[in-house]
Design a binder for this molecule. Sequence first.
Ligand SMILES: [Zn+2]
Length: 219
Amino acid sequence: MANLTIDIDLPENVTITGYHRLPEAHGIEVSWPLPETCCCPRCKTVEPARLEANLDKGKMRVVRDLDVFGQSAFFCYQAVFHRCPKCHHRHDLLAPFKRKDTGYTYRFEKQVLRMLIGSNEAEVARRLGISAETVRFIVKNQLADGQAMTIDPQRVITDIGMDEVSLKKRHKLYATIMTDLTDPKNPQVLAVKPGRDEKAGEACLNLLTPAQRDKVRWR
Ligand SMILES: [Zn+2]
């Protein structure tokens, strides 16, 4: 049997602990450092973590991540809970690579944004095997995050792309996406702002330092 080694970029602090070959898909078992203290969402008490694994053994959380070799890949992990010593409320520890109540990683969300450039929600949904509603939901979440978005002032950016995307189903939703094209093989979304006018573009550009802006070439 032949062995194949591949490199997989991982979100910060995440490590691979196992791999499952699935029909037409890849299951990547991951773990990350667990917190030493937890804050109870119910009574707000901060205490040393009292962690419990999912009692339902063998039941894995499965979260969509970026494709591997053009096939869907999923992060798999055991759910971990913190039991509040004060009110005994048990809460789910959120994995660092995804937002609450979603079945995909932050970087999958970014990929959806990138794929929307020059495409539309139905087409992106079809290519990724998700619903158009999910595409829309992802864009809305990304836009909400965009208000708090910052760009590392030390980041070296030589090439930038500015694109508008629109979601047309029911109510029209426009967004402007600024992409770092410094490494053309690995474009990275830097900012996303609502609207498709000059103001939206300026709001994106304002996240760059004057020095970064001076260095940038436009694509
Ligand atoms: Zn509590």
